[in-house]
Write a protein that binds this ligand. Sequence first.
Ligand code: ZN
Length: 499
Amino acid sequence: MTNMDHRNSNTRHSVPTPGGRRSARHAETPRHAGAAHKAPKPHARAQSPAHTSHHAAISQGAVHAYRPAAEAQAHKPAAQAPKPAAARMLSARRPSKLNSTSSTPQGAIIVVALLALAVLGGFVFWSNRKVDITLNGKATEVRIGSTLEDVISEGDVQVKPGNLVSVSGNVLEEGKGSAYSAKVNDADMSGQDAGSFHVQGGEKIEIGDGSDKIEDYDATEETTQPKLRMEGGAGAIAYVKQWGMPGKVETRTGKQSGETATVTVSDPQDCVIYLHNVKPDNDRKIVALTFDDGPSTYTKQYLDILNQYGAHATFFNLGNSVKNMPDASRAIVEQGSQVASHTTSHKDLATLDAAGLQSELSTAFQAIQDADGVTTTIFRPPYGSYNIKCWLSSGGIASASIIWNIDSVDWKRPGADAIVQSCTTNVKPGSIILMHDGGGNRDQDVEALPTIIKTLQDQGYEFVTIDELMQSDSSIPADIATGSATMPEGAVWPTEIAS
Ligand SMILES: [Zn+2]
């Protein structure tokens, strides 16, 4: 087999495509006449279906095949001569071997250039293709990669820029606010986000007028105080339903305008005292027996009776009496009953100033803490006398004031039967019954107590402490229902009653 034969056979195998045909045609030009007579029959082969998917790269092989080695060298400078831009670009992309070995550089360059153009064109088309977006509720086509500014101009959206305004809202410079406002898929685009946004397709874009920009300003901050409110109308207990929280105001002085404006940063949260009658969840049949003015020499007898009937009660002790009879106070806790405050010395709290009132409350709470190891912030005001002004004066020491809705009127010493009658009439789930274990002769109470307990137990009632009673009513905040809630961190007690 000769060299030429070999080339021919090579050619036969590699000139199937129209490209190959073109190469063959070039091979027949006079310059290549020496090889022309040896040209294969490209037409026949070009139609071979088996080869139709071959591409230009193969045709290069065909070119190569027809070219004597010497000619390849001769053409080399031509291949490296200045080329059209497209061809230059292409030669940079293709292996240099193809250029240096091309026997038909123009043909190769054209082919490659066309391919390059096709690829480039495809790329340009792809990277500039239009995509669908929803612009202000309307289906719109925009170029992929568009910025929001592009969308505004291409989408023909009319937007009005905001103004530069003073701290008090006067226009300082028209149109010097933000140029537009934008939401992409319902998310607000801040200035920075807007700058880096590019449409990908499918977005819901809403473009609106620009917002005003406030001039630069100096600011000073002040806190504002919550006020005190009472809600709920009436009830045997009054508790802190909501603690007061301070608010914030900022005073701004505009650097450009010199104007001053006060801006509310956050509103204060009022302190709310709620008046309420305990309603145990599911109408649970529980009641609370309460004994005031102790501890006294009678207290032990009360505890024995409670033990006898498996009952618990709440003793609103006077701070001074607790100090005098700490053992009696401690015995209450040991029996499983509750100790709470009846103030230090039984003064009418409504007649006291803030310092006097706070002292009456805090000294008794401390006495109970000291004698019984019990932390309590609930109390019963002497004579039931505790109004909104008292709450205001309290400084937030107490979490709840507990009075009653069943009064034994035992202080009148009406006889044991009358006391039983008062204490067992109109009792409801959640009732609080008022009796005394101190403050005088309590013989009638001691005589009445077993009958009171037995009568109500026979009706299905259970005797619980005030804490348990409050905890049975899920409308009462959990911290208050512990009986020992204190002002949470960050809260402040109001100094003014809400008008
Ligand atoms: Zn009392």
